[in-house]
Design a protein around this ligand. Structure first.
Ligand code: SF4
Length: 440
């Protein structure tokens, strides 16, 4: 173990990955250096996820594992959503933890590390009513030719099943100039793709009472990054996609024709009990309008099955909706009740078995529909962002604009290119998720 070193284990979503990068920047600015493996580091940080049961379990297992391997002079620090949500329980359950900070003020990592290094006392856990961004920090991450850029965090909504507002607090949009600075940094780093992230990117600026804040912001951003071919929006919210945004997506070469819109359900009764917009017809109209205005549009959604108010009939309504809407990409989660959410009082009346059956049915339907839709891609040439190359087999793996990182499909193609490149591939075969072809 080397003094003044740290190792960071990042769990959970892309927003947490960006926070991990900010924590690393703060510690490097404090004079610490990164250690490639936990056993070499004086400080081991576990940046946790606390969103749903399985993610929490992964975080707890990781903490237990690191605590078990911890050497005498090493310090274990837990950060992230699980720490923000359940700090007391964590300290009782895991005495091996030397320090905790939450998600709302990442800068607290500096005084904590100083205190654990013997400079001063470990101050008690501080509570913050709202998110505070670390001044001067870059809220980005880069993986090959792709990157994430956080434009806001926290959420001002109150979906009944969701613990995020309780963990992160209400929506706080980052200052425009800070995001533009980060975007220029990513352009200079030579990325080909920037994924804009928040809990809900379409709410950008709403906390500053800005109208159509995301559209206004994109008008400032796009001209600043002419060398970044792909700009992708992740996590939009139903009812928040303005005509201006649709126009911009229809006319911009950089803003990808990719709509990620978690709808969660399609039964108005279930949506109302989820405290979410229940005007399903307006969702239909928005998607139909976008498809007519943006021919190559790709629509991704996320759904929850097994919510307490989901009767068999209401599930069938969801099934018929998926059949009708023909999404390009889709994720389905089984409902798990979360402590402290509005839905907690509804209990969990639907068995896990029934939830799994419903999830299976939707995923089977989706894979059939997606396979049928993808047939139209055969013979087409798409630009692929290369993420992996097998030089021996002369095979490259990557993503087209149709696929967001980590959640959608891949493209496997014969040919060679460098990781991070955008290279044209002619599609020769399709699967329900992935595409196959050869470098053009
Ligand atoms: S929009 Fe709803 S589901 Fe998304 S983070 Fe906010 S409360 Fe959670």
């Amino acid at each position: 173990m080397k003094k003044n070193t740290f190792h960071l284990i990042s769990l959970g979503c892309a927003k947490n990955l960006v926070d991990s990068n900010v924590l690393a920047q703060l510690l490097e600015a404090e004079g610490l250096t990164y250690a490639d493996s936990p056993d070499q580091a004086e400080f081991v940080l576990v940046n946790t996820c606390g969103f749903i049961h399985d993610a929490r379990q992964e975080s707890l297992d990781t903490i237990r594992e690191v605590a078990g391997l911890k050497k005498s002079r090493q310090k274990l620090i837990v950060t992230g959503c699980l720490s923000e949500r359940w700090r007391e329980n964590l300290l009782i359950a895991h005495p091996g933890i030397d320090g905790l900070i939450g998600t709302r003020r990442l800068e607290d990592i500096v005084p904590l590390v100083r205190a654990l290094a013997g400079q001063g006392k470990v101050s008690p856990y501080l509570d913050y009513p709202a998110l505070q961004y670390a001044a001067g920090a870059s809220y980005t991450t880069i993986q090959g030719g792709s990157s994430y850029l956080k434009i806001a965090d926290g959420c001002h909504r109150s979906c009944a099943f969701c613990a995020i507002p309780g963990i992160k607090g209400s929506l706080v949009s980052r200052p425009v100039e800070d995001i533009l600075r980060d975007a220029l940094f990513l352009q200079e780093a030579g990325v080909n793709e920037i994924n804009l992230i928040a809990q809900d990117v379409t709410a950008y600026g709403a906390d500053r009472n800005e109208q159509d804040g995301l559209f206004v912001f994109l008008q400032k951003l796009l001209p600043e990054i002419p060398e970044v071919p792909w700009l992708r929006l992740l996590y939009t919210y139903p009812g928040m996609i303005s005509d201006n945004l649709i126009d911009l997506m229809a006319n911009s070469k950089q803003l990808l024709p990719y709509l990620d819109i978690p709808l969660q359900h399609a039964s108005p009764e279930v949506l109302r009990s989820m405290r979410r917009p229940s005007d399903v017809d307006s969702v239909r109209r928005t998607i139909q309008t976008m498809r007519s205005r943006i021919p190559d549009l790709v629509v991704r959604t996320t759904l929850i099955v097994g919510f307490p108010t989901e009767t068999e009939e209401r599930f069938q309504q969801l099934y018929r909706f998926v059949e009708e809407m023909q999404f390009d990409n889709m994720g389905v989660f089984t409902y798990s009740p979360e402590v402290g959410t509005f839905a907690e009082s509804l209990g969990d009346p639907i068995s896990q078995e029934v939830k799994e059956i419903r999830r299976e049915k939707l995923m089977e339907l989706q894979s059939r529909l997606a396979l049928e839709k993808k047939q139209a891609l055969i013979g087409k040439t798409l630009d692929i962002l290369v993420e992996g190359v097998d030089k021996e087999q002369e095979v490259l793996i990557g993503r087209s604009y149709r696929d967001a990182p980590e959640i959608d499909g891949l493209v496997v193609a014969n040919g060679l290119a460098s990781v991070g490149d955008l290279t044209p591939v002619t599609i020769e075969g399709v699967g329900p998720y992935d595409l196959f072809g050869s470098k053009a």
